[in-house]
Write a protein that binds this ligand. Structure first.
Ligand SMILES: [Zn+2]
Length: 97
């Protein structure tokens, strides 16, 4: 099965990027309390799982396309907290195309 980029403009917040790129949510602990960090991690992992089920695999994109500061919602978890947005892509089967 060949994977093709089906979404080339998937901008995610730093929290999501950490989990997408490194499967690592430990950075959340620095900015949040333990319970909050756990809830946030669950929220992000659920959002990722849903996108993977309905669209395709999320992959880290081109860091040159990162947005250092944006108030737009994160494409993954939907947070509207202003901050950096990192460029990711969605890889899907090109069968459908
Ligand atoms: Zn996010």
């Amino acid at each position: 099965m060949n994977l093709a980029i089906i979404d080339d403009d998937f901008m995610v917040c730093t929290d999501c990027l950490m989990i997408i790129a490194n499967d690592d949510a430990t950075g959340l602990d620095y900015s949040l309390g333990e319970d909050e960090a756990e809830a946030r991690e669950r929220e992000i992992r659920e959002a990722i799982a849903e996108i993977q089920r309905e669209q395709g695999q999320i992959a880290v994109g081109d860091s040159d396309k990162d947005d250092v500061f944006s108030a737009g919602p994160c494409a993954c978890c939907g947070t509207r907290l202003a901050g950096a947005r990192h460029h990711c892509v969605i890889l899907g089967s090109d069968r459908e195309w």
